[in-house]
Design a protein around this ligand. Structure first.
Ligand SMILES: Cc1ncc(C[n+]2csc(CCOP(=O)(O)OP(=O)(O)O)c2C)c(N)n1
Ligand code: SF4
Length: 255
């Protein structure tokens, strides 16, 4: 039977036409705050049409249909590699890699380090919630000493499992002048947006690799109520992982 062709485009699903949509993260999750700050940064820089957004596997993949931007889903841990390849193939695009701490500092650590070593002109955003969120709260490279998780029921032992990974400190030490590195927090979305804008600006200016770690909340796997979630973020995570700028292109000035 012949297939009848016509030139009428299929109707766009209603959810694609909306300016806003409901997110799929757990109540109290920090991912939505990081993404809101990123969306505002992209809008304020006027680069929406130029962005290619790469999302890792993990709860971060729930951002796959969050923005009206070209988006690619990568393999777990491979987001920096994919974004680097896309950037090299299409240097006029603004390439953003979005991942969790498991994706960036564990399974994908070689890709993060090698993208930084090559000083790829991409913007890498890593959400640090001290655990593997999507798979049920296993210990991550960022799990705090003594913190209980599904796979460290007696608390992380530094002797047995080592110390938490401090990504911005490590990357700032290895990156050349022109790169941008910062750690923000969902407790201060205004500051986080400023860091994201400066990271994206470094890519726009072509000065170097840009990286922002965002301290974030995961009440589902932390098993915390609102008050305890905030307390852990502000009084434990932010002590282990100081918020601030770690490397700023010289013309940008340190803050
Ligand atoms: C190659 C590969 N290994 C393991 C997994 C299983 N896996 C899926 S999500 C995930 C954890 C994600 O944790 P994280 O990167 O910290 O992101 P979050 O969910 O906390 O945002 C793991 C281990 C996978 N999908 N692919
Ligand atoms: S499991 Fe944690 S990181 Fe994942 S959506 Fe829920 S609160 Fe967010």
């Amino acid at each position: 039977m012949a297939i009848e062709m016509n030139n009428v485009a299929p109707p766009m699903p209603a959810c694609w036409r909306k300016e806003t949509k409901t997110h799929k993260f757990c109540p109290g999750c920090g991912h939505g705050i990081v993404l809101k700050a990123l969306g505002e940064a992209v809008d304020e820089l006027g680069i929406q049409e130029k962005v290619i957004f790469s999302v890792d596997i993990g709860c971060c993949l729930l951002a796959i249909d969050f923005f009206n931007m070209d988006t690619v889903q990568t393999h777990h841990g491979r987001t920096n590699a994919v974004a680097s390849g896309v950037k090299r193939a299409t240097p006029d695009k603004i390439c953003i890699a979005y991942m969790g701490d498991g994706g960036g500092y564990a399974i994908g650590s070689q890709h993060l380090l090698n993208a930084a070593a090559r000083n790829e002109k991409i913007t890498s955003i890593l959400v640090n919630n001290t655990n593997y969120g999507m798979t049920g709260g296993q210990m991550a490279p960022t799990t705090l000493p003594g913190q209980k998780t599904e796979t460290s029921p007696y608390g992380r032992s530094v002797e047995q499992q080592g110390s938490p990974t401090h990504g911005p400190e490590m990357l700032a030490a290895m990156l050349p002048e022109g790169a941008y590195v910062a750690r923000g927090t969902v407790a201060n979305p205004k500051q986080l947006k400023k860091y994201l804008k400066k990271a994206l600006q470094a890519q726009i200016n072509g000065t170097g690799f840009s990286f922002v770690e965002a301290l974030s909340t995961c009440p589902t796997n932390w098993s915390t109520n609102a008050a305890k979630t905030w307390d852990f973020l502000e009084n434990q995570m932010a002590v282990e992982f100081p918020v601030g700028e770690y490397k700023v292109p010289q013309e940008g000035g340190n803050e």
